[in-house]
Write a protein that binds this ligand. Structure first.
Ligand SMILES: Nc1ncnc2c1ncn2[C@@H]1O[C@H](COP(=O)(O)OP(=O)(O)OP(=O)(O)O)[C@@H](O)[C@H]1O
Length: 581
């Protein structure tokens, strides 16, 4: 386990210092106890011999002072190690998950990630110090006591030694049982976290369906299972815990009996017997505390396992010689097939977008439009075929360099609970105020900012809840302008925005597309966006069924023409004034 801890923590030096200090403290404690033997021998004679006890008293005093100093040194080192380890683990985990394919982020895994980043990383850092230190002490103090006892009486030393394997075996069993119990309990706790995330996310749907009150059923089941796991763990660990305590108690009784026997037979003097009994207590007492520590140690080991399991999830493969410059904003799909699970989401998709053009993707729900966008941004890798940007496979690029060129405007834009300015600055943290204002004007966000009570400093609420869907999209489009992204991928709102936002977003998309350097791919639902596109790609069941200019495809009277008419009549129906009844 110590090796695993070292592997996880880049600052192994700090861990090594702490381990060494703890080991020295434990051995020193055992040796200090050892000095009791000559001191008790000298002082408990019929005529106490202070001269004989003197050097040992001095040695004991120096040892005690050293113990105090080292303890003072070890405490801040332990605190620093604990904080540092937790921070580093959290940092590593967060950095790693940003490199994982988006498909990894299921509700269950998000709950697991949340628990591992908060509970496990925190517990590993804390336990490594609060449990690791006493665990080292509980092993090294008895070991030193055995060594010291050999110098006094080999028979008692051998008896101490005989207790060790019996204690070890029962402790191992107790450790195994508590490890299983901890895993079950953690699984149950993760289930609760998952249900809580789901319950929060599903609130609008549940309430809309009038089931707000019943939505907690799955949560209740998870809570019940957690309680049952806890109970099972307690029941299971009872016998192994009692066995271990029994072994330690039996050891103590055996030491007492042998000590008494040796005393009565004259093999041991009274002072030696008293000193050895003190040693026996200090031998068995730390062993006894091991049973309390073993559960926490196993919990830490399991926590380390869970951290490692996340760190072991393979990242999106990286090119050994990543390309850092995107030559142009051309995009090409070359016989691309991709599936999330068994059924293919895209099969044999091929199309080309010349740099500076706008392509509208259309097709029924589930036809693969969003998947096309995800593959360009490399949220996932194609199963077969090539997705090319600037003439190179997206897998050849340094991912960050590729994403620098791409801005994505999702249908449902998530904003951080901070000011509108900071949300915009995410796209370019060093942008000047003038650049922010330009981007806002292009995206028609300036009108929104003017209306907000604190202007640029208005906080947008969690997820951007203070803004309407259309206003959030404008923030996202403004980010694309600010970033000067040469490739913009847009998922236009399928449902109607308020008329003002609809006009503003339409205007902003047209402005984005006007830049001759910029390639825009838009999942389009508005007739105006479709008509303005240079080309249209129609998808159905993951395959390209039509490709061409909007005018050409409308004339051809195929799937696109039908979809166009549907969208068009839906808009007209929406904006038509109510007639007399
Ligand atoms: N994360 C995912 N995991 C599993 N299957 C997915 C995932 N995302 C999409 N799919 C499936 O892949 C197929 C294509 O989905 P995609 O979202 O690309 O379609 P779409 O045309 O964008 O649909 P919509 O217009 O409804 O957004 C669908 O069958 C969908 O159920």
């Amino acid at each position: 386990m110590i090796r695993k801890l070292y592997r996880l923590c880049p600052d192994a030096g700090l861990m090594a210092r702490l381990g060494l200090l703890t080991a020295i403290l434990a051995v020193l404690q055992g040796l200090l106890l050892g000095t009791l033997v000559p001191i008790v021998r000298a002082l408990l004679r019929p005529e106490p011999d202070l001269d004989a006890a003197g050097p040992w008293l001095v040695a004991g005093g120096i040892g005690l002072a050293a113990y105090g100093v080292l303890t003072v040194i070890a405490t801040p080192v332990g605190f620093a190690a604990s904080m540092q380890m937790t921070a580093q683990l959290r940092h590593r985990l967060m950095r790693h998950v940003t490199t994982l394919p988006l498909g990894w982020f299921t509700t269950e895994r998000k709950a697991r990630l949340a628990r591992t980043v908060t509970a496990d990383a925190g517990a590993i850092g804390t336990l490594a110090v609060t449990i690791g230190q006493p665990a080292i002490t509980s092993v090294l103090v008895p070991a030193t006591v055995i060594a010291v006892t050999f110098a006094v009486d080999w028979r008692l030393a051998l008896l101490f030694l005989a207790v060790v394997p019996a204690a070890y075996l029962t402790l191992r069993r107790a450790g195994r049982v508590s490890s299983i119990a901890e895993k079950e309990l953690d699984q149950a706790a993760t289930e609760i976290a998952g249900r809580a995330i789901e319950l929060g996310q599903a609130q609008p749907v549940l309430r809309a369906a009038g089931k707000g009150g019943t939505g907690g059923d799955r949560m209740r089941e998870a809570l019940d299972e957690h309680r049952r796991s806890y109970r099972r763990g307690l029941d299971r660990s009872l016998l192994p815990d009692l066995s271990f305590t029994g072994v330690v108690m039996a050891g103590f009784v055996a030491v007492l009996s042998l000590g008494a026997q040796l005393l009565l037979s004259g093999a041991l003097t009274v002072p030696d017997t008293i000193a050895l009994l003190v040693l026996a207590v200090r031998f068995l007492e730390p062993l006894g505390t091991l049973i309390e520590l073993i559960g926490a140690l196993r919990a830490m080991e399991n926590g380390i396992g869970r951290v490692e399991a996340i760190l072991d999830v393979p990242e999106l493969p990286r090119s050994p010689r990543p390309v850092r410059r995107v030559a142009d904003a051309g995009i090409e799909f070359d016989d691309v097939t991709f599936s999330y699970g068994a059924a293919p989401a895209l099969s044999g998709v091929s199309f080309r977008c010349r740099p500076g053009t706008t392509t509208a993707l259309v097709g029924p729900s589930g036809s693969g439009k969003t998947t096309v966008i995800r593959l360009i941004a490399r949220f996932f890798d194609a199963g077969s075929g090539h997705v090319r940007v600037g003439g190179r496979d997206v897998r050849d690029y340094d991912h960050a360099a590729l994403l620098d060129e791409i801005a994505i405007v999702f249908q449902d834009v998530y904003l951080f609970d901070t000011t509108i300015e900071e949300n915009l600055r995410l796209a370019r943290p060093d942008a000047t105020r003038a650049e922010l204002e330009d981007a806002a004007r292009e995206a028609r966000l300036d009108e929104v900012v003017e209306r907000l009570p604190d202007g640029w400093d208005t906080r947008v609420g969690e997820g951007g809840a203070q803004l309407s869907g259309g206003e959030r999209q404008r923030v996202s489009i403004a980010r694309a302008f600010l970033k000067r992204a040469r490739i913009v991928l847009i998922d236009e709102a399928a449902s109607a925005l308020d008329p003002e936002s609809e006009r503003a977003v339409g205007y902003a998309i047209a402005r984005l597309a006007r830049d001759p350097e910029r390639t825009v791919i838009v999942i389009a639902h508005r007739p105006a966006t479709l008509t303005a596109a240079d080309q249209v790609i129609t998808l159905d069941a993951g395959q390209v069924t039509e490709a061409g200019t909007p005018a050409g495809l409308r004339t051809a009277g195929g799937a696109f023409a039908r979809l166009f008419d549907q969208y068009d009549s839906a808009r007209r129906w929406h904006i038509a004034p109510a007639g007399p009844r």
